[in-house]
Design a protein around this ligand. Sequence first.
Ligand SMILES: O=P(O)(O)O[C@H]1O[C@H](CO)[C@@H](O)[C@H]1O
Ligand SMILES: O=c1cc[nH]c(=O)[nH]1
Length: 235
Amino acid sequence: MSIHIEAEKQDIADKILLPGDPLRAKFIAEHFLEDAVLFNKVRNMFGYTGIYKGERVSVMGTGMGMPSISIYARELIVDYGVKKLIRVGTAGSLAPDVHVRDLVLAQAAATTSNIIKNDWPEYDFPQIADFDLLDKAYHIAKDMGVITHVGSVLSADLFYSDLFDKNVKLGTMGVKAVEMEAAALYYLAAKHGVQALGIMTISDSLVADEDTTSEEREKTFTDMMAVGLETLIAE
Ligand SMILES: O=P(O)(O)O[C@H]1O[C@H](CO)[C@@H](O)[C@H]1O
Ligand SMILES: O=c1cc[nH]c(=O)[nH]1
């Protein structure tokens, strides 16, 4: 067990989906995995391991924001030996052509946070997705016929921010969407030599009058869940 996860090492697969919402983790386990077993309920941050198309995979919530995902990603990588981590999150569109329910594959993640600089003050280096996972996810999503955008995202510390106008301006500079975890996940994956990718479903828009309910965000973004699982098991 680790400080925030009560599982034994063998209880967690080396491939994992990471939604922010622990109830989305429960939904994925109940609707996509066979023989799913709950391995964590510390702080209600539900984690499950089960079988997807014959392969052992796990899914666990990370909570909201980079401090929270940094705790879980670090423990999963260092204490449990997880090698492939795919965030399946929601994000707000920053671009007029990126609509609610579209997928965004986060090729890179800019951040407003000091969390990476606090750990690695020397350089401001880019936080990028693992190319192999990105390439696989892109082709899987395209083959499924899901509208999919590839580009950078902004991982913000604040959901409610006075930088709203500046975030929107980033959309005119190629940043597709704003969310709150990908940059820290990419940093930790680089630091520990494992693979990570962020797949986001657009849940609302900062540049158009489009949004979704919390129940939809928990239960209906199944394309993202399927793309994430297929990418985890792809050879
Ligand atoms: O839906 P999740 O995966 O939690 O992701 C997004 O939703 C939360 C904010 O509502 C933040 O965690 C943000 O990154
Ligand atoms: O606008 C949004 C939507 C989802 N997640 C965010 O962080 N921001």
